[in-house]
Design a protein around this ligand. Structure first.
Ligand code: TA6
Length: 317
């Protein structure tokens, strides 16, 4: 095992809910992240004060085949119902493995708090999605507490066939009160509205705020998006690469009540902003690899204001 991700101090392998295997990442200042092999899913991300930054429903079940409600589910090989597979694909309800020997990354991070996971086709799965693949997921907690997820998906078909897929990091951010939250970076963009049969609209006005159910796929978005939580004076900054779209979702009260694994009032304390590739599926020929990256950080809002003027910042990296 030559993974740089095995230093005991920074990476702990243990059991979580229902005895499921999980990995805890820690960095020196006290930030942490938890990852379940079930779903290859981040379920917790805490800052140096031990404050939880991701939403995980109090009703989340950690039982196969139901995906875990909250954290960062991986949607692959299909986002939502953009295809004939089960909603959001099967990766979020499969048990991933620790990748014993991940191929080197060109952009190597200095952090030792990281874990490499791998998911490969199973013979069962080939019956519903007739392709062979290797999906490598590296999750890194940076020295400053930033959380990076890098996916590398390779077509390993031996029959010469290409495959197409859509993808999302379905990130559930924890917020104090959804009606006090603003998203910057998506204004004036086109989006597909899932509440209106995926019809295409253009976002009007200023930053996005929330007063009812929202389920939109913003298209060709900038590489930086900010989620400002006024009450908590915290801003999440999401940076992405290889993922042109961004999904914004809050179920609001009625849908919340209809979900068995979601508390009736929990919609007030979460917002999904998802780095995604939905509109134009990714196509891989045999032997080809795709890479998609999401990096999230949480900073005090005072630090962000001004720097997040979309005209100044969102076009740059
Ligand atoms: O990403 C938004 C979305 O596709 C919504 O339509 C909403 O249903 C959500 O995902 C959650 O889906 P799930 O299958 O986890 O209940």
């Amino acid at each position: 095992m030559n993974s740089p991700c095995r230093e005991k101090l920074f990476v702990e392998h243990c059991k979580g809910v229902n005895g499921l295997e999980k990995v805890v990442l820690r960095e020196v200042r006290g930030c942490s992240a938890e990852i379940y092999l079930y779903g290859g899913q981040v379920t917790s991300w805490k800052n140096e004060y031990g404050e939880e930054l991701l939403f995980l429903s109090s009703k989340a079940t950690f039982t196969h085949p139901k995906p875990i409600r909250g954290g960062i589910p991986i949607c692959f090989p299909q986002f939502a119902n953009h295809g004939s597979l089960e909603k959001h694909g099967f990766a979020r309800s499969r048990v991933w493995s620790i990748d014993p020997d991940p191929p080197p990354f060109s952009a190597n991070s200095s952090s030792q708090a990281c874990v490499d996971l791998i998911l490969k086709h199973s013979e069962e799965e080939v019956k519903i999605w007739p392709h062979r693949y290797e999906f490598r997921l590296r999750i890194t907690l940076g020295p400053g507490g930033d959380l990076m997820l890098t996916s590398r998906i390779r077509n390993t078909n031996t029959d010469g066939k290409s495959f197409a897929f859509t993808f999302a990091y379905h990130t559930y951010f924890a917020v104090s009160d959804i009606s006090e939250v603003r998203v910057e970076g998506l204004e004036t963009l086109d989006y597909l509205d899932n509440l209106k049969d995926k019809e295409r609209f253009t976002e009007q006005g200023d930053a996005i705020t929330f007063e009812s159910e929202v389920d939109k796929v913003y298209l060709s978005t900038p590489t930086k998006i900010a989620i400002l939580d006024h009450e908590r004076k915290r801003t999440f900054v999401l940076r992405k690469d290889g993922l042109p779209d961004a999904v914004v979702w809050n179920p609001w009260d009625k849908k919340a009540k209809a979900m068995a694994d979601f508390g009736d009032d929990e919609y007030k304390h979460m917002l999904c902003v998802e780095a995604a590739c939905v509109e134009k599926p990714i196509i891989l020929k045999p032997g080809e690899e795709w890479r998609g990256r999401q990096e999230i950080s949480a900073v005090p809002s005072s630090y962000c204001s001004g720097q997040l003027d979309p005209k100044k910042v969102f076009q740059s990296d």
